[in-house]
Write a protein that binds this ligand. Structure first.
Ligand SMILES: *Cc1c(COP(=O)(O)O)cnc(C)c1O
Length: 361
């Protein structure tokens, strides 16, 4: 007997996020050959719109999760050493990825809940040991956003040979990114967070400096060789057969974004973040993030009010919601509410009202 069909709960977890029905439908289209004019047409539409949205000369399309791009940027960037900025679970895993690639790397570790600022890295950069820095913009495990611009400004001004790579997995498409203006070597995001697409695909801005560095390097492997990517980029193609459904979905999301308007989209995310932060503090909870560095796409809430998070999780599931109970070691102590992508302020308010009702019950 096959199991009973299950309606999956609506996701209020910080990834994956719900995919709207019309986007799911847009993904279901006939395959096309990836060495054909019709493919290059699709490629160009997506790539051109991404480049303009992210302020980047060049965007590569990867048919793999962002974890793969962590590895790609390390393999194409580190000759001397990588300085990995670690303030949570994802930045920690990126550091592990660098170690696993066998490059020289060191982590600067800050307590969970804190952000990185230029003064945290200045000393390490002045040693001259590093030619690469990795920064997770929005630490999804802790709900902390480290300001990109001041860190990028320091590196551009004083250490122009250092390549700064930014994981914007849970913030891209919700906050403004000007990759070339800020001098980012790369800035990337998989699509299952603020893009509201299914997991398994990553978009990545790539600077001239990164391509130059990559050209000087060997033993990069093949799949993640940025130089190979660039050769195909020139032909408006990808090196290997890409995930066409993701490309169709991304094309549809980019049209939604154009219809909403970028400023309106970024404003909607700020408004939803404001709603959730205010709601939490009014209920005797506090925010886990360093003040002033709270994420715009998710809120990590310290459970000061002592709610039974496991009971709430189970009750919310009966209401058709998937709640987050906190990442890893924070489970139960700090829980997170996502407010990113296609979710509307009304849906967020309804979710919060449901939590209020269940907590009071
Ligand atoms: C979710 C997440 C990742 C991992 O993305 P995958 O696409 O699953 O590899 C990396 N970094 C951050 C900040 C994330 O939130």
């Amino acid at each position: 007997m096959p199991p009973e069909p299950m309606t999956p709960p609506f996701l209020f977890i910080p990834g994956p996020t719900p995919v709207p029905d019309h986007i799911l439908s847009a993904m279901a289209q006939p395959s096309i050959g990836h060495r054909t004019p019709e493919f290059s047409h699709l490629w160009q539409d997506i790539t051109g719109r991404l480049e303009s949205m992210l302020g980047a000369k060049r965007v590569f399309l990867f048919s793999n999760p962002a974890t793969g791009v962590w590895e790609a940027v390390i393999r194409n960037s580190v000759v001397k050493g990588a300085l990995n900025l670690v303030n949570g679970a994802f930045s920690g895993k990126w550091h592990q990825t660098a170690e696993a690639c066998g490059v020289m790397c060191e982590a600067i570790t800050k307590p969970w809940g804190q952000a990185f600022h230029p003064e945290d890295i200045e000393g390490a950069l002045s040693t001259g040991k590093f030619d690469t820095v990795t920064l997770v913009h929005n630490e999804t495990s802790t709900g902390v956003a480290s300001p990109i611009e001041p860190i990028a400004e320091l590196i551009q001004r004083k250490y122009p040979d250092v390549l700064l790579h930014v994981d914007a997995v849970s913030s891209m498409a919700a906050v403004e990114i000007r990759a070339d203006d800020w001098g980012l070597a790369s800035c990337f995001a998989s699509l299952q967070k603020a893009w509201s697409l299914p997991p398994g695909f990553t978009v990545c801005t790539v600077s001239d400096k990164l391509l130059d560095r990559s050209a000087s390097m060997s033993a990069k492997g093949y799949y993640f060789d940025m130089h190979v990517y660039d050769t195909y980029y020139q032909k408006q193609q990808t090196p290997s057969t890409p995930s066409l459904p993701h490309m169709y979905g991304l094309q549809a999301v980019l049209s939604d974004i154009a219809a909403e308007g970028l400023d309106a989209r970024y404003g909607r995310h700020l408004a939803m973040a404001g709603t959730v932060r205010q709601w939490a503090t009014r209920r005797g909870q506090s925010l886990y993030a360093e003040p002033g560095c709270e994420s715009v796409t998710l809120t990590a809430i310290r459970n000061d009010a002592g709610w039974d998070v496991q009971a709430l999780y189970e009750a919310l599931e009966k209401e058709g919601y998937r709640m987050d109970r906190g990442y890893g070691k924070l489970r139960g102590e700090v829980f997170r509410i996502a407010h990113m992508g296609a979710v509307t302020p009304h849906q967020v308010e309804t979710y919060l009202a449901t939590i209020d009702r269940l907590v009071a019950a």
